[in-house]
Design a protein around this ligand. Sequence first.
Ligand code: F6R
Length: 366
Amino acid sequence: EKGGYDHFMLKEIHEQPKAIVDTYRGRMLPDEGIIRMAGIDNHMNKFLNAERIIIVACGTSWHAGLVGEYLIEEFARIPVEVEYASEFRYRNPIVTSKDIVIAISQSGETADTLAAIKLAKSKGAFVFGVCNVVGSSIARETDAGAYTHAGPEIGVASTKAFTTQITVLSLIALKLASKKGELSKSDLRTYLQKMQLIPTKVEALLKIDNKVKEIAAVYKNAKNCLYLGRGFNFPVALEGALKLKEISYIHAEGYPAAEMKHGPIALIDENMPIFVIATNKGHYEKVVSNIQEIKSRAGKIIAIVTEGDTQVKEIADHVIEIPETEEAFTPLLTTIPLQLLSYHIAVMLGKNVDQPRNLAKSVTVE
Ligand code: F6R
């Protein structure tokens, strides 16, 4: 049932190229520059008239929501807020019928997310679901939605659900952008053609697994790790840290790279591994200067760079290369080595990768 893999998590990491294709298949026609998503198309006026989109979710799905914020604001120019469902539901939030709430949930059963939806509905907002489990409570409770087609996710640590959520959010952002006239037909076509290349690029990344494993072996005994990224890859830094915490029980924190100097920099010494996402677009020069700050404090730098990078390679202790793509799509690639890294570290430490202690696959209690 694990399809020849040692763990469900590894199987699910490797399923991502297919899961991403399954998620966009039938929804985008790259050469024609068309995106079809019934859940959006049937409510287009609501989306076009929305004053604000509020994304609610928990955990990894909340990280996907943050990527969604960057995508929707960048392309569709609609203001977006991302909230932890647990905070949203209890803080008497201001929600009106001019708001659209997007709830993201792999399981579709997360209690806090479900309660946030009910609250938003009671205040008149239109609620759109991005769920993986068909017919789940959240899928039923929302006014419309788009399923991720990741297939069953068994490993407690979410992997393919995350990348397929980002795929759906990318399509939503591009669709709304094109409807609003923020994106020309030819630019939309270009983006979709690049999206179509993502699964092959993920496939290529999965092949460098040995390199990631070598890095895992070097840092597996670390007590603390930092993950840094900027822009679209800031949420990936958060997600990288969460994956490591969850399955290897190593303390890790994700930060926007520029926030490092406002506190976490005090932690840096020669025992501190720091994973930095430094792809060639997205404030590259600024990330390079963040890396130099780490280097001058003797921190160990593991950088995720774009193929062909030379600048970061000179300063980092290890580099992992990702194929070139649109900046907005880089989270779909930068996430992969971080998933593999956590996996290998957890296996090397003898942890229960698929069922980490204290965690449940769906959190149906608040
Ligand atoms: C992380 C993880 C959790 C879930 C969170 C939300 O690997 O599995 O953080 O992402 O409990 O779950 P869903 O998406 O089912 O609402």
